[in-house]
Write a protein that binds this ligand. Structure first.
Ligand code: FAD
Ligand code: MLT
Ligand code: ZN
Length: 483
């Protein structure tokens, strides 16, 4: 990959313009000027420490008007840009590839309004997900999205990646929950579609292009989103199961017995739980080891009603030996502890050095077979082992079973060409063979860009390119990524 020479190099004049526009505290500068107020490196490196750019300038606008002026100037001067939220994305989309200007949204962090009757929240893109959810908790509502990075990721970043997460099973995708978007197009045009209506069939629903657009056609500056009532009663159970078939039976039983109170059904293989224990020393909830674990959450409005349902479900899965062992959280602390066994996985997988991550949609029956096939393949190639001479630590699977979304992860001691050769295109061909998707919820970024053809036809890719060219004719928005 080469830097596109059509883009300008950053000059002192550019920097001067931005400093005058934003004030010097809103520009983190490296190299061009000596007065760097903050270390620029964290803005150049992604969460996995796998992708690293060399931007010399990070801009932190405080208003939509400032975003508009920044983009107009960049477009007029052919300066490439990267929109950045909490920088927790997992496909390298949020950091520059070369010297693109980073536009970081952290200073646009106001809640604009909340309607207690409709449950509609309007907020700046840079509001941290957990901050939004805590705000809603006080109003007895809940953000319809939850994920392990909630303490750092922005709601604008969530919308830009169309993040799925732990509650999609219950509340559905952001494509349904986001009612409106305010965004700035590369030429500085402010697209004010911050609609707060649930129904609005007046022409193309253009905001949908920004949901999952990964910052390639404009910068989201605010969103309006439908938030559900927070449930009074919440229960979490953690089970050990003897096979992947049993996990599927447990999922069917959960849907049957728990129906409308089921709010999450997550899968973890035994290997992820072993690695979690190894990396953190944390005691696991069950004494014995099991090849698979499931985490089930229920939330509803009536404690007695939910408990009764859950009790019936537990009796059923124990009596029929669908699950081998299990534990039910007794209080809020235990709920958090059980969730940590699932949410803590991404963090610890990087513990040995690096991790290859695949985020896949597959028919639920076939989901785990891929993990076994990849483990066999890497083992046969002599790449998996307990000591330094083997690059691969293990091959593990976990994910949002309720959404048929598998996270195949290969934690390694180092990034290794031989491992990569065994993984790609093998994984993508396998997924294509099952008519799955090579990116269920993380997006394409730079990591998956070259593989879009495994999940989308030439016609679809051509139409996407036409849309990109329509919105961003100069190609300044997040270049080298996505499309
Ligand atoms: P960033 O990482 O900063 O950016 C992501 C992409 O969006 C980039 O392409 C960027 O250019 C663009 N972007 C950011 N903000 C804007 C904006 N305002 N306007 C336009 N474009 C923008 N994802 C899931 O789907 N489900 C999960 O369960 C999940 N769990 C995670 C757990 C952990 C521990 C981590 C580290 C990540 C997880 N993710 C998950 C990945 C997920 O994509 C991000 O956590 C989150 O959605 C990204 O938000 P962010 O603000 O960090 O965006
Ligand atoms: C998760 O479900 O934990 C996230 O999508 C992050 C990951 O895939 O590791
Ligand atoms: Zn996930």
């Amino acid at each position: 990959l080469q830097r596109d020479s059509k883009f300008s190099q950053l000059t002192q004049d550019h920097v001067k313009y931005f400093q005058e526009l934003l004030g010097s505290e809103s520009a983190v500068i490296d190299g061009v000027s000596k007065d760097a107020s903050e270390d620029i490196e964290p803005f150049n490196a992604d969460w996995m420490r796998k992708y690293r750019g060399h931007s010399q300038l990070v801009l932190k606008p405080k208003s939509t008007e400032e975003v508009s002026k920044i983009l107009k100037y960049c477009n007029d001067n052919l300066l490439a840009v990267v929109p950045q939220g909490g920088n927790t994305g997992l496909v390298g989309g949020s950091v520059p590839v070369f010297d693109e200007v980073v536009i970081n949204m952290q200073r646009m962090n106001n809640i604009r309004s909340f309607d207690e009757v409709s449950g509609i929240l309007v907020a700046d893109a840079g509001v941290i997900l957990e901050v939004a959810d805590n705000f809603l908790a006080e109003k007895n509502h809940i953000f319809p999205l939850d994920l392990g990075a909630k303490g750092s990721c922005h709601i604008g970043g969530n919308v830009a990646t169309n993040a799925g997460g732990l509650r999609l099973l219950r509340y559905g995708s952001l494509h349904g929950n986001v009612l409106g978007i305010e965004a700035v197009l590369p030429d500085g045009t402010i697209m004010d579609d911050l609609c707060t209506l649930r129904k609005n069939n007046t022409g193309y629903d253009l905001k949908q292009l920004f949901i999952g657009g990964e910052g390639t056609i404009g910068i989201i500056t605010a969103v309006s989103i439908l938030t559900p009532q927070r449930s009074q009663a919440m229960n979490v159970a953690y089970f050990g199961l003897e096979s992947y078939e049993k996990c599927q039976e447990a999922f069917r039983a959960a849907k049957g017995h728990l129906s409308e109170v089921l709010s999450a059904f997550e899968l973890m293989d035994g290997r992820t739980q072993k690695l979690l224990h190894k990396a953190t020393g944390k005691k696991l909830p069950l004494e014995d080891e099991h090849p698979f674990y499931c985490l089930i959450e229920t939330s509803g409005s009536n404690t007695d009603h939910d408990s009764e349902k859950l009790q019936n479900f537990l009796e059923h899965v124990m009596e029929t030996e669908i699950v081998s062992d299990g534990v039910l959280a007794q209080d809020q602390t235990q709920i958090k502890e059980l969730w940590a066994c699932r949410e803590g996985i991404p963090e610890i997988l990087g513990h040995w050095g690096g991790v290859y991550k695949y985020d896949l949609s597959l028919p639920i029956a076939d989901m785990y077979a891929l993990v076994n096939d990849v483990r066999d393949r890497l083992t046969e190639a002599g790449l998996v082992g307990d000591d330094e001479s083997h690059p691969v630590v293990d091959v593990v699977g976990y994910g949002h079973m309720g959404d048929a979304n598998l996270h195949l992860n290969i934690p390694t001691r180092r990034f290794d060409k031989e491992v990569e050769k065994q993984l790609e295109p093998f994984v993508y061909e396998w997924v294509q063979g099952k008519s799955g998707s090579i990116s269920a919820e993380h997006g394409l970024g730079i990591a998956k860009k070259a593989f879009i053809g495994y999940s989308r036809s030439e016609t679809m890719v051509k139409l996407m390119k036409q849309i990109k060219n329509l919105y961003d004719p100069n190609g300044i928005m997040n270049p080298y990524k996505y499309i």
